[in-house]
Design a protein around this ligand. Structure first.
Ligand SMILES: *Cc1c(COP(=O)(O)O)cnc(C)c1O
Length: 390
């Protein structure tokens, strides 16, 4: 019997999610209805943030964050090179320039040292915002990054698209949750199907600031405001915004998914622990990406670092061999500074940490519906693909 194909990630949608969407479809409002507020409030409670503002996807969340801060032409934004395109693109949407930071070659995230080097490279440029990415769900050293940002006169915005449910312990005086607003002005989340919860397309910005929350809400709906005491039909547009709303129907899906968040995260952690144990048989050719002691990641991705050179196999050959055994994999990510658009704009950069990460990284299947036996199957397939007799 052919075994199921295991993709590197996928959503978990059950009958209760479908029922929640069906109920929203029968209600009065498909777009701006009561479920938007309910999803925002519940999401804010989950991450411990005072405010959450829903929007159409994670890219829109990042764009709104830049707009809410007033980042624009003449400004510079620092972004780690190992991330999805959107983290850098949001700076370009508002006309700001990007300085790419290097990452730690073992964990893939921007360390305080890498940020310091990027700030030095930025020179006299006006650095308006810094966007650490909690890659895979691994928690960045936010207290130290926040201090560097403050010293540079820049605002810290977390790209938390991988990190819904990630926590930090013993990093700063109190424990904290990614996106709770304790160390960064805003945090941006995505509900793309491979992320921790799914709304098809969907995103969220969390913040502790009343003022930023108000601006985010205005900017996601054309920049329209209704001044208090104005006529009932009156609206004004003091500045230009976008239509980045998340419909009521998808908020109903998000609300239903949030009920299962703790279970999703627990299952991801349990699968990752099984991977870690089984992968020891493939060490030292294959090592899981590093998790720092303070980091209690929700683990969006199960990324391993593979010494392809010593194994005598190309990554393409390993990806193909895995695929032939029904195992999907993905590379997170091609360093963004090497994309033609950015190379044309900023020339060739030497970021050795990002290059070393990129040369070795491969993300293996990880999603809540996987069984323990699936992990064993993936590790066996990887061993075979690398010619290791575990
Ligand atoms: C998914 C993702 C985004 C963009 O989110 P979309 O919802 O796909 O627009 C941004 N940054 C990172 C790190 C992501 O993984």
């Amino acid at each position: 019997m052919a075994e199921d194909f295991l993709p590197y990630g996928r959503q978990s949608i059950d009958d209760d999610d479908i029922a929640a969407v069906a109920q929203a479809l029968r209600a009065d409002f498909l777009t701006t209805g009561p479920t938007v507020d309910a999803f925002e409030r519940t999401f804010a409670e989950h991450v411990g943030a005072p405010h959450a503002v829903a929007c159409s996807n994670g890219t829109a969340a990042l764009h709104l964050a830049m707009l809410a801060l007033g980042v624009g032409a003449g400004d510079t934004v620092i972004v780690p090179s190992v991330t999805f395109l959107a983290t850098a693109n949001c700076a370009r949407y508002v006309g700001a320039e990007v300085v790419f930071a290097d990452v730690d070659p073992q964990s893939g995230v921007m360390t305080p040292e890498a940020l310091e080097a990027a700030l030095a490279r930025a020179g006299d440029a006006r650095v308006a915002a810094i966007l650490p990415v909690h890659l895979r769900g691994e928690v960045c050293a936010l207290p130290a990054l926040a201090q560097l940002a403050e010293d540079a006169g820049a605002v810290l915005v977390e790209d938390a698209c991988h990190a819904l449910g990630s926590r930090a312990r013993g990093l700063g005086p109190d424990d904290w949750t990614v996106g709770d607003g304790s160390h960064a002005a805003m945090a941006c989340f995505s509900f793309h199907p491979v992320k921790t919860i799914a709304t098809a397309e969907g995103g969220m910005v969390t913040t502790a600031s009343d003022a930023l929350a108000g601006r985010l809400k205005t900017l996601r709906s054309h920049g329209m405001v209704r001044p208090p005491g104005a006529d009932p039909w009156w609206y004004e547009m003091p500045e230009i915004g976008f239509n980045y709303r998340l419909p009521d129907v998808l908020c109903a899906l998000g609300l239903s998914q949030l009920k299962k968040l703790d279970g999703f995260v627990a299952r991801r952690r349990s699968l990752a622990a099984r991977y870690a144990a089984r992968l020891r048989a493939l060490s030292p050719l294959v090592e899981p990406a590093t998790t720092e002691l303070w980091s209690d990641p929700a683990l969006h991705l199960m990324t391993v670092l593979i010494d392809f050179e010593t194994a005598g196999r190309t990554r393409a050959a390993v990806v193909e061999a895995l695929r032939s055994r029904g195992v999907g994999s993905q590379v997170h990510y091609i360093p963004v500074h090497t994309q033609p658009y950015y190379r044309q704009r900023y020339g060739d950069l030497d970021l050795p940490g990002a290059s070393a990460w990129y040369d070795r990284c491969l993300s293996l299947p990880l999603y809540p519906a996987m069984r323990d036996a699936d992990v064993d199957r993936v590790v066996d397939a990887l061993g075979a693909a690398l010619g290791i007799n575990a």
